[in-house]
Design a protein around this ligand. Structure first.
Ligand code: ADP
Ligand code: MG
Length: 298
């Protein structure tokens, strides 16, 4: 039987939008020592806007001054992203639509998890990929404009035709204002706040600095996320907060897996607790409620 105090707490929680799906995890929440947050869509809004388009196809990778070049790049990138469900894709499609750009049909589309997308346009292979993908494949890129954009903490993706870099698109996301309060409260409760992201190290460093996080892991591939949680668990009782398909294994691995309510079905089904209001500050409430509930019992 469920002790009355627990049943009462669970129902109080549900009324304030904290859906407890696993009662044992709710009990463990009072002992959490570290919480790992996913970045995109969890600490940030996950709504990307395109801020820059850089043409890199000119001989010697010069910056194209021709606006038509930029449009061509954005329209190719949008064509490839049309079949992707990543928040980056949504931002790119929105921007292409605003500019009234046409997209082309893509054959043999596939996504490269945590790295980008690829497909054929007019029989030629194009890719839209992360800086990490370029590094791994030994594709050198040295461009002042791209470096400047990266140092601003933006998310940058590259358009490639086969192994040739044609251009770059930079996107910016917004840190949720609730994240600041959530992090500062958790830290004042003695809980370490960490971040895990597949995004580039510059973006990660920027968000981490803005939110005064204790530490972060950047450029983590989807299949490595659960492993990172395990590493942190070696030292701390660890919670994980996320929203994406990629976050599900990490949520399952954590001592307490918490999903953002607006997240993907997979994340929600895997989580022990769901934050229906999509508010990271509710993590604080869950821990407080768990502490209160179980201190009454023991
Ligand atoms: P996150 O931690 O932000 O959820 P992901 O693992 O989903 O990270 O993605 C990591 C990186 O892979 C992105 O920052 C981006 O560079 C690249 N990427 C993933 N999906 C796409 C896509 N559809 N288009 C372009 N780049 C992508
Ligand atoms: Mg996310």
């Amino acid at each position: 039987a469920i002790p009355l105090v627990v049943a009462v707490s669970t129902s109080i929680a549900a009324k304030s939008g904290l859906l407890i799906r696993d009662r044992q995890a709710f009990e463990r929440a009072r002992n959490l020592q570290a919480i790992i947050f996913d970045k995109t869509g969890t600490l940030t809004e996950g709504r990307f806007g395109v801020t820059d388009v850089v043409s890199l196809s000119g001989e010697g990778n010069g910056t194209g001054k021709d606006g038509r070049d930029d449009e061509k790049i954005l329209s190719l990138v949008a064509s490839l992203e049309a079949s992707s469900e990543h928040p980056i894709a949504a931002g790119i499609l929105e921007s292409a639509r605003e500019k009234g750009l046409q997209t082309q049909s893509v054959e043999e589309f596939s996504s490269i998890p945590g790295k980008g997308v690829q497909g054929l346009i007019g029989g030629k292979k194009f890719l839209v990929v992360s800086p990490g993908y370029l590094e791994e494949n030994g594709i050198a890129l040295k461009n002042d404009k791209v470096e400047e954009i990266e140092s601003q903490g933006k998310t940058v993706v590259f358009l490639l035709e086969e192994k040739r870099v044609l251009g770059a698109v930079a996107l910016a996301d917004i840190i949720r204002k609730e994240s600041r309060e959530a992090i500062s409260k958790l830290k004042s409760m003695g809980i370490k706040c960490l971040m895990l992201t597949g995004d580039n190290r510059y973006v990660a460093a920027w968000v981490s600095k803005e939110l005064e996080l204790d530490d972060y892991f950047a450029e983590v591939l989807p299949h490595e996320k659960a492993e990172k949680v395990r590493e942190v668990q070696a030292e701390y009782i660890t919670g994980m907060v996320g929203d994406g398909v990629n976050d599900a294994p990490a949520l399952a691995q954590a001592d307490v897996g918490i999903a953002i309510g607006a997240g993907t079905d997979v994340a929600i089904e895997t989580a022990d607790i769901v934050l229906v209001k999509n508010d990271p500050r509710d993590v604080v409430d869950i821990i407080r409620l768990s502490r209160k509930t179980y201190s009454k019992m023991y």
